[in-house]
Design a protein around this ligand. Sequence first.
Ligand code: TMP
Length: 244
Amino acid sequence: MIWLSHSCAQVKKLTNRGIFITLEGIDGTGKSTQMRLLIKHLRQRGYRVVETREPGGTRLGERVRGILLASRTGKLAPLAELALMYAARAQHLEEVVRPALARGALVVSDRFNDASLAYQGYGRQIGEATVGVLDRIICGTTQPDLTLLLDLDPGAALARAQGREVRRNSAHSRFESQGLKFHQRVRAGYLALARKQPRRVKVVSAGRSVAEVQAEIREIVDRFLNRAGKRGDRGWGFGIRKTE
Ligand code: TMP
């Protein structure tokens, strides 16, 4: 018990300095392109950015990603899939996210825990409560400060995602081949979350040109960072800006 409260206090301290931004959305919303452009913009503004992704972000996480995304893995039990996502996340938090936040960095992750709520909680219909239990244990107080949710009709998004895979001459990932109904549930999960946490989760319509979507993302992120800077919390304006 003493150990538990000590370690919780430590985690809180570690997560209090930097800023954690995540990008989310169903497959085929153009998220990775938007992420790349956002990182470029933030670095040009002089922020020290740690760019990462889930599942992945560590050696172990990338190996787990390989299993989770490969079509040849076949059908995973929904709870096995959820547990693998959180196994990769636990490693990612310990190796990358928490140390970077503790240094006062700006961490930007292509997906994080909201994807488990949407894909496993809603898509696989495991339910919010079960995902929440794992999340409290593994993420605890390390939660995103700002989440950009790229939103697109699942029919259009899937066509985009599948076109991309055909161009790369590779198989669809296990998730992309799930079909429309699955992605409709995932989208419903994301939108339900955005309704519940409107201050953190900002919905950005992805059915526009890359430049238009990026302009809105930059506006949201810049406003958020400027406000955080003015508040002067988390050592902001000292550790987080410019290079080390
Ligand atoms: P992406 O990183 O290329 O977008 O693909 C990762 C896939 O993994 C995507 O289909 C969403 C899925 N995923 C989950 O199902 N649950 C999760 O917790 C995460 C992080 C990703």
